[in-house]
Design a protein around this ligand. Sequence first.
Ligand code: ADP
Ligand code: MG
Ligand code: MG
Length: 255
Amino acid sequence: MSTLEIKDLHVSIETEQGTKEILKGVSLTIKTGEIHAIMGPNGSGKSTLASTIAGHPRYTVDSGSITLDGEDVLEMSVDERARAGLFLAMQYPVEVPGVTMTNFLRTAKTALDGEAPSLRTWTKEVKEAMAQLRINADFAQRNVNEGFSGGEKKRVEILQLELFKPKFAIMDETDSGLDVDAHKVVSEGHNREFARGEMGTLLITHYTRILRYIKPDFVHVFVDGKIAEEGGPELADRLEEEGYDRYLAADAATG
Ligand code: ADP
Ligand code: MG
Ligand code: MG
């Protein structure tokens, strides 16, 4: 079992108006075999948390820690984080002209594992995963993400998840812009990988709909760079009915 531990994390960015603190003390522990949903209004810092875990250079960690099985993640390069088992789709290039999906996936897998996957099993695995995600076979020979629709990009994110087998998957708004069918396909792909029992998931979403397919064990509500409330799946049901108004009113009252 692995543990990803975030402790009292404070993160800021430089803007034209000066330094802006976005995360104001976030603590969260995720173990493999657990699904944690982070929910919250737009601008509450959800993507900042995901980007900080992934090592995006834009975000400065002012204090606090992120560790993976006790190892300091903040000391790791973006590549080292991926090799340590952290997966965030954003880590991967949006479009790579002249590089086919097949070559990209194999190169990435080789970099992650430190050795090339056996060609015979790899080709079979890629084919099967693509078929299950209902990704057209001709995608394998197309350039990475070039001309892919939003829904196709999301399926390819999940394809990477299934092929790379990370310890922790961070899914930031994987559900945005998906129709109902794509929702199901993407969720089932996640759930297949999760069912192997060797992965933990941080599912970041503004909407509750995807939580019907990917069932969280824990729900954390983000408001203004902090966790405002935590609970089990019932909290997501409540948010579906009540929205975030309650938190926003409380936040405005306390400043
Ligand atoms: P969420 O994902 O919850 O919608 P974000 O983490 O994207 O929230 O943003 C949190 C806050 O930080 C917002 O006020 C947003 O405007 C600001 N912010 C985040 N990233 C940047 C950036 N690269 N440049 C300027 N402001 C940013
Ligand atoms: Mg976001
Ligand atoms: Mg406040």
